[in-house]
Design a protein around this ligand. Structure first.
Ligand code: FEO
Ligand code: CA
Ligand code: CA
Length: 678
């Protein structure tokens, strides 16, 4: 029996331990603020919410929407018209197949195990491919993805050929092997080495060169030098402030400049210079530390005494596997892997157009459970700005602002190595602040000094040695700064028409009544909501913003109320729960993907489209049984859409032997060749 079958926590794909015990409740201090606007949820929990003390919203509310539409009108086109939803909403579904609206087609593509490189080893339907073969095949549990036009570097925007780059978040450990995973407990305390090799190889990122033929059919380009697998074992560089830092020294890299692998890559973000950032989300679960008192840089992130897959117990004790045991040995740090977990928790830059380039871990963006990253539009001469959510209950939303200005001619990953990391505070009056986590910031430095010697949550805080120490312990730094603990921030998206930033807050069943605040107003929030904000003056580098709640998810009748008026009332066409994936297409339609309860009334997980101007929402896509729908992108012409299906419960169209369901991408097109969603 696999280990994850023994621990109910591992059965929950959303398993994220609560590790923030800092008790940040900044809202309650400002709750006396005068209320001018209210954004509240009504419906099944309406009564409870009605009693919630006021929620003030002055930011991105209906007036701003009008402004947005007006400005778009004045520039030659109505944002509202451009983002109208032209398809007929589909009902909820329990079918073991993908469902899309009338006039659309959905075709599965690049399922787990598809050979893409090397010797192109054929996928075996009984899951008998070896670890070495998996290293040449598409990984498992498809997640965030992006389409890079093949001519992007030359300034082109091909919609018929490109590099599809996708994350493989984690694995269905039993489905990966012919007869399930072999538990160490059943095998003299060790895991078969090739099972571990295969599991590590099924993680990471796939880069696939794809092309549309004259009939409009997409296929991978066999033998393309761009086709590539990056796995949980690929060598990578450490960049930014933590490069060379003493707490990243390992036996593999005594200089603390390199590590191996990226894991639990959930969402991602394309950079303005044509590279791909893969997020490391629930990386803590891959490491084991049997110390009585593990260090704060592990405990605040959830590293525990055993690992999810027991890779550190691989037979033979190869260095590539023992590194997942981060228990200190008796020698110096360069003789063991006590610091291996400190080389995880970052955004990893991959250049899909340069296959020989090593991935780069960009430590200036902070170390936490990165769900993904979303860049603000790059502006010549201005800093590069990107946002990243930390998906765990009561964790935070961050923003990075580069020190150096963007220049299209010279832009590159170096821009991400130097800058300021901020964390968000959402005030109850609808304003918000970006709190600097730089020791050079007087306010932050004063808070660090004040906290020194006291308990921050369950951590006895003894100060930060330097800025590298701050970044290594980003969550702890954000606790001290006074950030707002959120209901599990997942994907973010930036409206191309207005610059507003949207984030999904997927759910948080553990928030109590006393822990509610204006931005997270629901106790036991089981269905989630979507928050959005406008940066002050429209400047993404600003340190303040105005926010509101775009929509509360829930069942039929759930209302999102602004100034006493229901601006959204969910019905059969758009009930949803646990929003997770979020993406603005190039026209400004907002795509919302779910990873939630697949019981009635919601049924299978889905993707909806939203008009950000009118808040109209329609269900567009429903996935097969047991899956999460996560990852969406289109070609630049928005005529081919790629959507990922993760962890389907049973096999759907592929015909594997036994219990080996395959994750896959789905290609969605309109039968008349038109723009998807229009
Ligand atoms: Fe990997 Fe937070 O979903
Ligand atoms: Ca997710
Ligand atoms: Ca999720």
């Amino acid at each position: 029996m696999a280990k994850h079958d023994l621990d109910p926590n591992y059965l929950d794909p959303n398993y994220e331990p609560v590790v923030n015990r800092s008790g940040n409740h900044p809202f309650h201090e400002v709750l006396a603020a005068r209320l001018q606007r209210r954004s509240v949820m009504k419906g099944t929990v309406g009564a409870a919410l009605a009693s919630l003390m006021g929620v003030t919203l002055v930011g991105c509310s209906s007036d701003d929407d009008d402004d947005a539409a007006d400005s778009a009108d004045s520039s030659g086109g109505s944002a509202s018209a451009a983002t109208e939803l032209g398809f007929k909403a589909i009902p909820v579904s329990t079918a073991n197949q993908v469902v899309v609206p009338e006039g659309y087609s959905a075709v599965p593509f690049l399922p787990w195990g598809t050979p893409i490189t090397g010797a192109y080893p054929e996928f075996q339907a009984d899951a008998s491919n070896t670890g070495a073969e998996q290293e040449q095949q598409v990984g498992m549990h498809h997640d965030g993805l992006h389409f890079f036009p093949i001519d992007q570097k030359a300034g082109g925007n091909s919609s018929t050929e490109g590099l599809l780059v996708m994350n493989h978040e984690y694995i269905n450990q039993d489905a990966l092997h012919p007869n399930g995973a072999t538990a160490a407990a059943d095998n003299l305390g060790v895991r078969p080495e090739d099972e571990v090799r295969k599991e590590i190889a099924a993680h990471g990122v796939s880069v696939v060169h794809i092309k549309q033929d004259s009939n409009g059919t997409w296929d991978l380009v066999f033998g393309s030098p761009f086709n590539r697998r990056i796995t949980g074992g690929t060598e990578m560089d450490i960049r930014g402030p933590l490069r060379g830092y003493c707490k990243l020294v390992t036996r593999f890299s005594p200089s603390a400049t390199e590590t191996r692998g990226t894991l639990n890559n959930c969402s991602m973000g394309p950079t303005p210079w044509g590279t791909y950032l893969a997020a490391e989300e629930n990386w803590h679960g891959y490491f084991a530390n049997s110390e009585v008192n593990p260090p704060r840089e592990q405990t605040r992130h959830g590293v525990g005494s055993s690992s999810r897959y027991d890779w550190e117990l691989a037979a033979g004790g190869a260095d590539a596997y023992v590194r997942f045991d981060v228990t200190p040995g008796l020698g110096d740090p360069d003789t063991d892997y006590r610091n291996e977990a400190n080389t995880y928790g970052y955004m990893v830059e991959i250049d899909p157009f340069t296959p020989e380039a090593k991935p780069q871990k960009r430590t200036a963006l902070g170390r936490f459970g990165h769900e993904g990253v979303i860049f603000a539009p790059a502006v010549e001469g201005k800093p590069v700005v990107c946002y990243s959510g930390d998906d765990s209950r009561f964790e935070y939303i961050y923003k990075f602002v580069s020190s150096q200005p963007y220049s299209a001619a010279t832009a590159g990953g170096y821009l991400l190595d130097e800058g300021t990391l901020y964390v968000a505070r959402f005030n109850d009056d609808g304003t918000g602040e970006w709190l600097s986590l730089s020791l050079e910031d007087d306010d932050f430095a004063a808070k660090v000094t004040a906290a020194n010697g006291s308990m921050v949550g369950d951590i006895n805080f003894t100060g930060f040695a330097d800025q590298a120490d701050v970044l290594l312990n980003t969550r702890l730094a954000a606790d001290i700064a006074g950030a707002t603990p959120m209901d599990r921030p997942e994907w973010g998206a930036v409206d191309p028409n207005t610059g507003e930033v949207y984030f999904t807050l997927t759910n948080n069943s553990q928030r109590t009544e006393g822990q509610t605040d204006a931005a997270n107003p629901i106790a036991e929030n089981r269905t989630g909501h979507i928050i959005r904000w406008s940066e002050a003056g429209g400047d993404h580098a600003a340190t303040s913003f105005d926010w509101d709640i775009f929509v509360f998810a829930g069942e039929q009748g759930t209302e999102t109320v602004v100034d006493g008026e229901a601006v959204v009332t969910l019905d059969d066409d758009n009930i949803f729960n646990s929003p997770d994936g979020l993406w603005f297409d190039y026209n400004g339609r907002l795509w919302i993907q779910t990873d939630g309860s697949d019981a009635a009334p919601y049924q299978n997980n889905m993707m909806l489209a939203a008009n950000p101007v009118t808040r109209e929402i329609k269900r567009f896509f429903v996935g097969p049984v047991g899956c999460e729908v996560t990852g969406v992108v289109t070609t630049p012409d928005v005529k081919t859409m790629f959507v990922n299906i993760q962890h389907p419960e049973v096999d759907w169209p592929f015909g594997t032997e036994g219990d080996h369901p395959r994750d896959a991408t789905v290609i969605v097109t309109r039968d008349d060749g038109g723009v998807v969603g229009a």
